[in-house]
Design a protein around this ligand. Structure first.
Ligand SMILES: Cc1cc2nc3c(=O)[nH]c(=O)nc-3n(C[C@H](O)[C@H](O)[C@H](O)COP(=O)(O)OP(=O)(O)OC[C@H]3O[C@@H](n4cnc5c(N)ncnc54)[C@H](O)[C@@H]3O)c2cc1C
Length: 294
């Protein structure tokens, strides 16, 4: 198949890029599995114009319907290879289908680092969260633990003091800067050196067990170990990702390789829906414009 624009990733960034690209009349293909988007299992209450708590899966479904209504083709597949060739790009799916195109948009998001302990997966969305900024409001007046050793965990702990009744910051070897640690402590965060072993609860989080046998009664756990983007495809396309695997873009969401754009969580934080959608619009417009100029 030939296309003007191929978008790799079917999360909010990729879908918005698809909407803007196809409305510019560029032949646009979105390749990716919506159910693997970070937004799929999220409940959103901080997105412009959407009041209350809305399921991210509903937003994604509406978004892809919109993109298709503007002429986008959606392939519910993973991309296994992407290559820059003379004057165009070639993208290959897991089923072996090859698509050549004038521009590529990388919108593959990040995967948040997991603890890998019992209860983490089972209680996700029932008190376990990977995003303090997103879910802080759901824990008003409750007791929470923030897990992680680096500055992200410090900032998250501090933020939670504005919502939760008690905040425990649990880290194995805390390596956040002294100023961040002091600030968290001065805000009432209880810092515990330890390693989580299990999150206990059936329908909601009840307590956290540590390796040394200690048990802490809590209502929520924020796992703030950071995230990593999948940079393999970016490297295939000739890009050198940053140390944290993010992909650097300019104000047009174009990378250092002409014709390769990137948007959403893969370009860095804050990892938020509004940012992903904003960058998606910019990337989609510029990717489509480039092919119409060619
Ligand atoms: C639990 C949770 C709660 C959240 N709550 C909020 C909130 O309340 N408010 C808020 O603003 N943000 C929230 N977020 C963050 C928000 O969901 C993300 O910022 C947003 O989804 C990022 O969009 P994205 O399109 O960049 O990446 P994603 O949504 O992660 O989408 C990435 C897409 O790329 C695809 N992909 C990856 N690799 C390939 C490949 N090789 N081939 C094809 N496709 C590929 C994936 O399948 C997926 O479709 C939350 C996130 C989580 C995890």
């Amino acid at each position: 198949m030939n296309a003007d624009v191929v978008i790799i990733g079917c999360g909010p960034a990729g879908i918005q890029a698809g909407i803007h690209s196809s409305r510019k009349k560029a032949k646009t293909v979105i390749i990716g599995k919506m159910r693997n988007s970070a937004l799929y299992g999220a409940r959103i209450e901080n997105y412009f114009g959407i009041p209350g708590k809305t399921d991210g899966s509903l937003l994604l479904q509406e978004g892809i319907n919109q993109a298709v209504s503007f002429g986008c083709i959606h392939l519910d597949l993973n991309v296994t290879q992407a290559a820059a060739e003379e004057g165009h790009f070639r993208v290959t799916t897991e089923t072996g289908e090859e698509i050549t195109c004038g521009s590529v948009v990388i919108a593959t998001g990040i995967s948040r680092m997991k603890l890998g302990i019992p209860g983490e997966k089972e209680l996700l969305g029932k008190g376990v969260s990977y995003c303090t900024e997103c879910d802080c409001n759901f824990f008003k007046g409750l007791r929470v633990a923030v897990i992680g050793s680096e500055s992200q965990a410090a900032v998250s702990s501090e933020l939670m003091t504005k919502y939760a009744s008690e905040v425990y910051w649990i880290g194995e070897n805390i390596s956040a800067g002294r100023n961040l640690v002091d600030k968290a402590e001065s805000m009432g965060v209880k810092i515990i050196a330890g390693t989580p072993k299990e999150i206990v609860g059936s329908t909601e989080v009840k307590r956290l067990l540590l390796n040394d046998g200690r048990s802490i009664d809590i209502d929520g756990v924020f796992i703030e170990l950071g995230g990593r983007s999948s940079s393999d495809l970016a490297m295939d396309l000739g890009l050198m990702p940053e140390a944290d695997n993010s992909v650097r873009v300019d104000g047009r969401c174009e990378t250092s390789v002409k014709g390769v754009f990137a948007c959403g969580d893969i370009t860095g934080g804050p990892w938020q829906l509004a940012r992903a959608v904003g960058e998606g619009a910019v990337a989609g417009l510029n990717a489509a414009e480039r092919t119409s100029d060619a």
